[in-house]
Design a protein around this ligand. Structure first.
Ligand SMILES: [Zn+2]
Length: 336
């Protein structure tokens, strides 16, 4: 018999294109999942309605009422303040500025709600339930259309002064590099993301470099994605392989910076582009090893993320339960 029944929480992973809502236990068991489109262009009020509808479907699917939840956690793509519960701005949610996301959800669902960044949530997900279990000092990096990150120091997310820390995708790698969504030039994600890989492939195709990449994109240059480049590379296309190696090089440059600055014991790598695997990551680790301090590099272990698309919602659940515990502890201290 279990002495402590697992607590339940609702996790919300708010991305630029999709929202994933899930009911999960404090042991990391996912009881239900609901996917819906973000449709950010409709404005934040409409998106909040979609989140609430998705949350209600997830609750029905799990067969539980909102009253059974300990708390609700949101991991949102963008800069946010967990303390204020406000999403300041997001390159993935155009037009969203200073949105009081936490309180809006809390009011609609009638349940204590906590807000954090989506990559910080994913880092917590991997820390509690995935590849980083037991780690004290680790960095989570997600490489997909952009690059996100979460920094864990002494077992806790490093949030910074405002709560916006961990934006590893926007460290400058090439000060004259491609323009980033954030307005800066040559950010890590402009050189080492899936978007960067696809952009470089389209550029080379336009230049007339001999390649079969277009064959994998219905002969339409606008359909050249990172996935298309990967498929061509697997089939032996030399340009596709070279482009992936080049992207891996830039992944490695950024990893070397993280190793030198944080001396982490572990770097967990997730996100769609990392599914390319060795073709991308081998050159990345090689470059990181060449550029980082030897001692720091020897101390770090690299691991692939284990939770896939659940990392964000499970992290949001872990975050909500952790914050709820802190809140209860401070309230009982105040009473005594
Ligand atoms: Zn940037």
């Amino acid at each position: 018999m279990r002495r402590n029944p697992a607590e339940l929480a609702l996790g919300i992973d708010l991305g630029g294109t999709k929202i994933l809502t899930a009911v999960a236990t404090s042991d990391g068991e996912v009881l239900s999942r609901d996917y819906t489109e973000t449709s950010a262009e409709k404005g934040y009020k409409a998106v909040i309605e979609s989140i609430v509808a998705s949350a209600n479907r997830a609750l029905v699917q799990a067969g539980i009422s909102v009253g059974k939840l300990a708390a609700v956690g949101i991991g949102a793509a963008g800069l946010s303040s967990p303390e204020a519960g406000v999403l300041f701005t997001s390159p993935h949610l155009p037009g969203w500025h200073d949105v009081p996301l936490r309180d809006a959800i809390e009011k609609k669902l009638g349940k204590k709600t906590f807000l954090t960044n989506d990559a910080n949530a994913a880092a917590l997900g991997e820390l509690y339930f995935g590849a980083a279990r037991g780690a004290r000092n680790f960095i989570y990096v997600t490489i997909s259309t952009g690059i996100g990150g979460g920094i864990v120091i002494d077992g806790k997310i490093y949030a910074g002064a405002l709560g916006t820390a961990g934006e590893v995708g926007h460290m400058t790698i090439d000060s004259d590099g491609p323009l980033c969504n954030c307005g800066n030039k040559g950010c890590w994600e402009t050189l080492a993301s899936g978007t960067a890989l696809a952009r470089e492939a389209r550029h080379k195709v336009k230049e007339g470099v001999r390649t079969s990449i277009l064959k994998y994109a219905d002969s339409d240059i606008n359909k050249v994605t990172a996935e298309v480049v990967h498929r061509a590379a697997v089939d032996g296309d030399a340009l596709a392989r070279e482009l992936i190696t080049r992207t891996g090089y830039y992944v490695g440059v950024g990893l070397a910076n993280l190793v030198n600055i944080f001396n982490p014991e572990l770097i967990v790598i997730g996100g769609g582009l990392s599914n390319i695997g060795d073709m991308l990551l081998e050159p990345a680790f090689k470059v990181a090893g060449e550029r980082a301090f030897r001692q720091s590099f020897e101390a770090v272990r690299f691991a692939r993320a284990e939770l896939g698309r659940d990392s964000g919602v499970l992290g949001a659940v872990a975050f909500a339960l952790e914050e709820m515990k802190k809140k209860d502890a401070s309230e009982s201290k105040r009473r005594s």
